[in-house]
Design a protein around this ligand. Sequence first.
Ligand SMILES: [Fe+2]
Ligand SMILES: [Fe+2]
Length: 174
Amino acid sequence: MNVSRSDALVRRLGDHSELDALARDLKDSLKGLGEGSPQVAPEVAALALRLNDKLSSHLRSEEDVLFHALERIRAMGSEVRSLRSEHEVLRLQSVGVRHLAARAADEGAQAAAAVALLGPLADSFLETLGRHACREEEVVFPSAAQILGEDRFAALVEEMDAVERREQSRAGRG
Ligand SMILES: [Fe+2]
Ligand SMILES: [Fe+2]
């Protein structure tokens, strides 16, 4: 199926919206935890896991498809290197949030310490995620569509969707 450049952009932005919705849900449930409601810890842990899964497949699809294509364009080299390093930061933050949220929910001796560490790390993670998505939406995707051309960009979005589906089914939660 062929999709137009604008359809392709809308689809890619939709994927960011899904991440954003999960991030907002996580932030809301963390607020409850920070306000002394330990009963929300399992919900926080479940959301952190979902967000980590979604983020992993999203980042992989961008790296394997779009970044790979952009790296062949000399003028985009430093931009893509910088985006890849932001992805690494996001992965580390997300895994940290996932582990701390699981620890906060297990009601063990370290649960209180995990809750205390979780808030600041989650704030940094969600801030990095928002800034990164904004950069892609406002700079990277429009530039890619312009440089690569409408049809090529639309084809890459379809490839990214396919990678995401494969990654999510591999994780068993797709
Ligand atoms: Fe990205
Ligand atoms: Fe993205």
